[in-house]
Design a protein around this ligand. Structure first.
Ligand code: IPE
Ligand code: IPE
Ligand code: MG
Length: 255
């Protein structure tokens, strides 16, 4: 689906390989606890999984990968865990950004960055600028992100830009201000760690996304597990409101 279009209005193009995969990386803490290790060890191992999944996306020519790294609700965690997560994020950014660039990967961050330390914000901006022209994989990290925050900030931007609009505005007027306005809506959503909820992730964009939940904990989510999720996606019939018969007819007409 070209960016800016809405799956509730237009029928997006679908293919065997999902163009955009969005993942809630959950289960780091439980992975560590099972091994009698501190939760932080799970987060550290989770970074290794991220590396593997980026590689797997490139091999499969998946164009957009979006990972939920820190939710707007995660500030409620113990202060030492929050600060560890921030350090891990900054460290990974410092270490990996050149590699991402060398591999033709564009790096983006979505979320309310105003709460982050200036040092982290600077790293993010530098990384985004450095990789802005890359197109092989658009890799987005959602940090201090919340789906409701996203819709609210888009609403505020829209109202500031066109004060006359709010009385009669269309989906597109709002959608162009959402933080993922550079990407098509996700085709496949994956959540590891066994919980079957969206946890305030991309609320608007997941309207017609195929959902996949697995009990596998994020640090154990390897290429094989990733492949299983894609295979599950490939067996889905994406109807976007139509009937199965309509889809079959459209398919026959194409052949
Ligand atoms: C996901 O793992 C990582 C973040 C939310 C940052 P968790 O830390 O939520 O792991 P569990 O759910 O406690 O196992
Ligand atoms: C969701 O994980 C957010 C991230 C993975 C960053 P949580 O583990 O915080 O989710 P809930 O709050 O248990 O649903
Ligand atoms: Mg969790």
């Amino acid at each position: 689906m070209p960016q800016g279009q809405s799956s509730t209005r237009e029928i997006p193009e679908t293919g065997l390989i999902p163009k955009h995969i969005a993942i809630i990386m959950d289960g780091n803490g439980r992975w560590a606890r099972k091994r009698f290790m501190p939760r932080m060890a799970g987060h550290q191992q989770g970074v290794e999984t991220v590396r593997g999944i980026i590689k797997a996306c490139i091999e499969r020519e998946i164009t957009y990968l979006t990972l939920f790294a820190f939710s707007s609700e995660n500030w409620r965690r113990p202060a030492d865990e929050v600060s560890f997560l921030m350090q891990l994020f900054t460290g990974a950014l410092e270490q990996e950004i050149t590699k991402l660039h060398e591999n033709g990967i564009r790096f983006k961050v979505i979320g309310d960055l105003s709460k982050f330390e200036p040092k982290i914000i600077k790293f993010i901006q530098q990384g985004e600028q450095l990789t802005a022209q890359n197109t092989r994989l658009i890799f987005t990290i959602a940090a201090n992100y919340g789906g409701r925050w996203d819709i609210m900030q888009a609403m505020r931007k829209m109202m500031a830009q066109s004060p006359e609009l709010p009385l009669h505005f269309e989906e597109e007027n709002l959608a162009q201000h959402l933080s993922m306005n550079y990407a098509p809506e996700p085709d496949l959503f994956i959540r590891t760690g066994g919980e079957c909820r969206i946890s305030n992730f991309l609320l608007w964009q997941l309207a017609y996304t195929e959902l996949y939940f697995t009990n596998t904990l994020w640090p154990d989510f390897d290429e094989h597990e990733f492949e299983l999720a894609i295979q599950s996606y490939q067996q889905r019939e994406r109807r976007f409101g139509r009937t199965s018969e309509q889809l079959q007819m459209a398919l026959t007409a194409k052949q």
